[in-house]
Design a protein around this ligand. Sequence first.
Ligand code: CP
Ligand code: NVA
Length: 301
Amino acid sequence: MRHFLTLSDHTPEELNWLIQRAIELKQMHKRGEIYEPLRNRVLGMIFEKSSTRTRVSFEAGMAQLGGHAIFLSPRDTQLGRGEPVEDSARVLSRMVDVVMIRTFEHETVERFAAYSQVPVINALTDDFHPCQLLADIQTYVEHRGSIQGKTVAWVGDGNNMCQSYINAAQQFDFKLNIATPEGFEPSQFLLDEAADRVTLMRDPKEAVRGADLVATDVWASMGQEDEKEQRLRKFRDYQVSRELLDLANKDVLFMHCLPAHRGEEVSEDLLDDPRSVVWDEAENRLHAQKALLEFLLCQED
Ligand code: CP
Ligand code: NVA
């Protein structure tokens, strides 16, 4: 039984296979082919934070693969009333075939996985967002081919997305320039581990020079609402705009996991720039996670 808590839970070969499979499943879906390997299988979806893309892509993905998904919010489950994660994991995993969790502390998904009898997928924690990286890499591959050996620039907060980009740099073998303001760096442990391919910088212009892909995310993540005003000031010089992208390689792509705040981390017009592939990126959550669900549930069939 395998979990997907970070990109490091899978080998580079497995991850590249998942990307190719996602591309294939997308083509099958566009052709209208019915493919239902997960008939009678059930996904439990625990959301302790809001979501549009993640919920809809997992729920639609399970339906398309012939299975079902159950949405579980802390507001109306016993998890929200203090039932221990370990007990919830033991009970839920006797009823469903796979569990997806979006929560705050990364340790929560690790504890859940330790007590679960079925695969557990991290659908975002404060530290990592690995499902989004599957979609991002798929999107890059579809538009430009392999990402191996390319240069990616991360501009903005050293948050869960940034940290998953560090994992991705190691697993998919690309160079990553990270530009964050002082005090908003990703974990030093992750930076040290990936020191051969990840460089921390202050200047966004320096980070995007020579970049094949530029990515950013909101300045205040879910759970950081109280810091919003302070963050707006600290990140002022970190907005990704058309002018910043002009400093990158000619065929650069721009990605944002969304939701985006126009006028903050991205200029008003950036999502509509021809270099932006954010809508394909959002769509690919569906295809990449279908590949992941198939991988986790069908490998022994
Ligand atoms: N990108 C992403 O995970 O979006 P949601 O928060 O809408 O799920
Ligand atoms: N960093 C953002 C990503 C949302 C998909 C957050 O955690 O809120």
